[in-house]
Design a protein around this ligand. Structure first.
Ligand SMILES: Nc1ncnc2c1ncn2[C@@H]1O[C@H](COP(=O)(O)OP(=O)(O)OP(=O)(O)O)[C@@H](O)[C@H]1O
Ligand SMILES: [Mg+2]
Length: 269
């Protein structure tokens, strides 16, 4: 159990740095995610977004600074007890999963915290849960398909269903819409929006490069550039043309239309 002050914090980073070969990939980042918040992480290629998610998932220890995840202090908590409480969907994981496993097996194996389906016997209730999550992600027709034969979009939806399987308190999504066509992206944004607005759904942190992928229901944004925090706070306050331009290093116009966001480049003057 963490300090009382941190109990309601989903994630707390204090002055966190990750240094590799003399370079700070994450540079003195302080950031806190409270219960009920849904965060977007924005930043250019190489900014340190995935590195931050790796810290948030307890797979990477920072070179310096303090990290609390779900009320537990990294370094003091047994990460093997912490990890099942965190759901992660990203490209790195997709590559580790056996391609010959079926979609249903791919989701089911998450319940046992392993990437391969050996010969475990699953409980009926686990299988029902796996089917329900796949249904929620629109994957009911693909239960018996081999994971390796799925399209990019189908694979992404399977990974999100898999991440939900352990009933995590924190869900981390690394570019879930990357590689999807327009229809696939809009479908995923709609599903993520439903999840983000569900009060029973886990806390969520989603990395993206595109403000168009921010689903309604997300509440906060963290903008990073070269490992440093540029802005952090409620979307309405921080997702401004000024901040996004500084973040990506070119003049951008951000607009909110309805409950969605768009951004486009402005002519250099
Ligand atoms: N083990 C490592 N040793 C040295 N440099 C590393 C290591 N891991 C990552 N990096 C570098 O750290 C920086 C941040 O990487 P990271 O994957 O967090 O970026 P990102 O914001 O997720 O980028 P992208 O948008 O391209 O996914 C990159 O420049 C990357 O090359
Ligand atoms: Mg990345």
């Amino acid at each position: 159990m963490g300090d009382n002050a941190l109990m309601s914090d989903v994630l707390e980073l204090e002055d966190v740095s990750v240094v590799r070969e003399g370079r700070a990939l994450v540079d003195q980042v302080s950031w806190s995610v409270k219960e009920g918040e849904r965060w977007i992480i924005l930043g250019p290629n190489g900014a340190g977004k995935t590195t931050l998610l790796n810290i948030a998932s307890s797979y990477l220890f920072p070179s310096s600074g303090g990290v609390s995840i779900l009320g537990d202090r990294l370094g003091k908590v047994d990460v093997f007890e912490l990890r099942p409480r965190i759901g992660m969907a990203g490209i790195a994981l997709a590559e580790k999963l056996p391609k010959r496993q079926t979609v249903l097996q791919t989701v089911l194996t998450a319940a046992y915290g392993m990437t391969a389906s050996w010969q475990e016997s699953y409980e009926d209730v686990d299988e029902q849960r796996a089917r329900a999550f796949l249904d929620r992600l629109g994957m009911s027709e693909y239960l018996d398909r081999r994971f390796g034969t799925l399209s990019e979009g189908e694979r992404k939806r399977t990974l999100i269903a898999r991440a939900l399987m352990t009933d995590p308190e924190l869900l981390l999504l690394d570019e879930p819409a990357a590689g999807l066509d327009l229809g696939g992206r809009e479908d995923l944004v709609r599903r993520l929006g439903r999840l983000a607005r569900d009060p029973l759904a886990p806390s969520m942190i989603m990395v993206t490069h595109h403000v168009e992928e921010i689903a309604p229901g997300f509440t906060h944004v963290l903008m990073i550039r070269q490992g440093k925090v540029l802005a952090a706070g409620p979307l309405e306050l921080e997702l401004t043309s000024r901040n996004l331009s500084l973040c990506f290093g070119l003049p951008l116009l951000v607009e909110q239309s309805g409950d969605r966001w768009t951004a486009r480049g402005l002519p250099m003057s």
